[in-house]
Design a protein around this ligand. Structure first.
Ligand SMILES: C/C=C/C(=O)SCCNC(=O)CCNC(=O)[C@H](O)C(C)(C)COP(=O)(O)OP(=O)(O)OC[C@H]1O[C@@H](n2cnc3c(N)ncnc32)[C@H](O)[C@@H]1OP(=O)(O)O
Length: 260
């Protein structure tokens, strides 16, 4: 997969998408958002990929937001269109069948924080910095930040970040529940890869249905969410991997999952 601002590799069923615009601290211009949209669609359709990692190039920045220079000349119609493609892309990421882990290796601001919040799990380097500085630029977040951030850290903490535009460090992000783990920069990728491998060892359909059930449940009432869980639980019993997983337990051996 050849892109200008995105690198993508697939190794041992784990896809790694790297945002690569070093000249702009990996800021997301329209071209990069479009490339991300394209690669996410391709990986979503690739049944050999079990887990996805998203990170930023280099050691300084995950994503320093949407590209301010590009946005600075937009009118209302163009601004809305840019927000829409960003929102559509991040919703595609949120709804990828595979679990998505953000490896936050540095600045995670504005659209970067929105990207991280669209991922299922976030690990951060000790040097990472988080925030939604948009109000300081005269705009609101536009790639889902007003909606996903409160769902991740609660509305009080989210509103403080959104209204102040303040920047927090990785330890504060950990305290708020914005990230699951903080690691020294040099250990971040191996920790994220270790997590990805752990997930990839499990029955892929069951993992994907867990993701679908959590995502569905978050956006509806608990009765509807519980009913959906009953459906996906039942569906698991139609898979080869349910037979294999339970047989392996009974036969005291390691399961060999097929993803079927
Ligand atoms: C819908 C979504 C909306 C949004 O996301 S709005 C944007 C939200 N993000 C921000 O407001 C962060 C903007 N960036 C910064 O505040 C700073 O950068 C940092 C604190 C992240 C880092 O500061 P330092 O270490 O001094 O680096 P540097 O010289 O500012 O950046 C290196 C080059 O990267 C470009 N750059 C950084 N962030 C962006 C960006 N978001 N959009 C466009 N370019 C960016 C700079 O301009 C500069 O470039 P050059 O060397 O040509 O001057």
């Amino acid at each position: 997969m050849d892109y200008k601002n995105i690198l993508c590799t697939v190794e041992n069923s784990i896809a790694t998408i790297t945002i690569h615009r070093p000249q702009a601290l990996n800021a997301l211009n329209a071209e990069t958002v479009q490339e991300l949209n394209d690669v996410v669609k391709k990986i979503s359709a690739d049944t050999t990929v079990k887990v996805v990692i998203i990170t930023g190039d280099g050691e300084k920045s995950f994503v320093a937001g949407a590209d301010i220079k590009e946005m600075s000349t937009k009118n209302a119609v163009e601004g809305r269109a840019f927000g829409q493609i960003g929102q559509d892309t991040f919703t595609l990421i949120e709804n990828m069948p595979q679990p998505v882990i953000a490896a936050v290796n540095g600045f995670c601001l504005g659209g970067g924080c929105e990207l991280a919040c669209a991922c299922d799990i976030r690990y951060a380097a000790e040097t990472a910095k988080f925030g939604q500085p948009e109000v300081g630029l005269g705009i609101t977040p536009g790639f889902g930040g007003t909606q996903r951030l409160p769902r991740v850290i609660g509305r009080g903490a989210a509103k403080e970040l959104l209204y102040t535009g303040g920047i927090i460090d990785a330890q504060e992000a950990l305290r708020l529940g914005l990230v699951n783990k903080v690691l020294p920069q040099g250990e971040l990728m191996s920790a994220v890869q270790g997590l990805a491998k752990k997930i990839a060892k499990n029955a892929p359909v069951a993992v994907q249905l867990c993701k679908a059930a959590v995502n569905r449940g978050i956006n509806c009432d608990v009765v509807t969410g519980i009913a959906y869980e009953a459906e996906v639980f039942g569906l698991c019993f139609a898979t080869v991997d349910q037979k294999e997983g339970m047989s392996a337990f009974i036969e005291k051996r390691k399961a060999d999952f097929q993803g079927k």
